[in-house]
Design a protein. Structure first.
Length: 315
């Protein structure tokens, strides 16, 4: 009961703060997760617009989507738009649920999901189908496999209504959000969102902890995207995975990223992974620190140094 009262109190304070800040209410943050025992959810960030809420990324699991739907209900506003930073299912898996609840909403995303549905996501679906038939597959992983197959089986929920192919602005209360498009960074084309009112960059998987997730990434384009973000007068960066950062922490991340790429080109993968963990360790929770070296080493060996890494495409 005490907890519930505390929650209500905080909510009322937050509402009061929004009302006072007037024209440009600050965004609402819903943390994602990278738990060890199931697939991750990306963070969601929610802005208010005149015609309803703008939801950046929709997570993978139903419990994450429920937090978004609960927030919309609490604000008494419909969800008018989704912006997908990129097509990975931990950021788009909830599109179908949100579309079902608010059939009028519009999805803003790049066209990269089209090729992904033919390639990476189709291959992933086939691998999941095979794994579900394999008696060796742990029961704990099967629910996530079914969830991802379900998402890929409804490609219309993942495809954009409005394809974002170059920088555009999206009206929100008190400001226009800037949707920026990258060229071969975490995917073939990602979106990162700049909110000039609160000097916040919502960057999807261009910033992730415990390590950059290179599964579909291109190191050069990615480094350029981080430079473009740094060119803004940024005060807060909201990563796809990991806690929100101030400008100083983002500079630390960017330097650690550059060191990782440079190191991976000619030094031992374990040394480079340990250097990454030292460089970026101050940004991580204890749990993130514990998995930073194995994550970084995996990506160095399997993607950055693997000429046959079919997904590490830079063109
Ligand atoms: Zn992600």
């Amino acid at each position: 009961m005490a907890r519930r009262i505390l929650f209500l109190t905080i909510s009322l304070i937050a509402l009061g703060a929004c009302a006072k800040s007037g024209d440009a209410p600050p965004p609402h943050y819903i943390a994602g997760a990278v738990p060890g025992d199931r697939a991750p959810d990306g963070a969601s960030v929610i802005f208010e617009a005149e015609d309803g809420l703008i939801v950046i990324d929709t997570g993978r699991h139903p419990d994450h989507q429920q937090k978004i739907l609960d927030y919309a209900k609490m604000r008494g506003a419909p969800i008018a738009a989704i912006v997908n930073t990129h097509w990975h299912l931990d950021h788009t898996g909830g599109n179908a649920e949100l579309r079902a609840a608010y059939p009028g909403l519009k999805v803003y995303a790049t066209g990269a999901v089209g090729a992904a549905l033919e390639g990476f996501l189709a291959r992933g679906r086939a691998m999941n189908a095979e794994a579900l038939d394999d008696p060796e597959t742990p029961e704990s992983q099967k629910a996530d496999m079914r969830l991802d197959m379900e998402a890929v089986d409804h490609p219309q929920a993942l495809r954009p209504d409005i394809t974002v192919s170059e920088r555009m602005s999206l009206p929100a209360k008190g400001r226009a959000l800037e949707l920026n498009v990258t060229d071969h960074a975490a995917t073939a084309a990602d979106i990162w969102v700049w909110d000039p009112a609160t000097k916040t960059a919502v960057v999807g998987d261009l910033v992730t902890l415990p390590a950059p997730f290179f599964d579909t990434g291109c190191a050069e384009g990615w480094a350029k995207a981080l430079n473009d973000i740094a060119a803004k007068p940024v005060e807060r960066v909201i990563p796809g995975h990991g806690a929100p950062m101030d400008a100083k922490a983002f500079t630390t991340y960017r330097q650690a990223f550059e060191n990782l790429i440079a190191c991976a080109s000619d030094q031992g993968s374990n040394d480079c992974a340990e250097r990454w963990a030292r460089d970026a360790g101050g940004l991580m929770s204890e749990a993130e620190k514990a998995s930073a070296v194995p994550y970084a080493q995996y990506y160095i060996d399997h993607i950055l140094r693997n000429p046959k890494a079919v997904w590490a495409l830079c063109e």
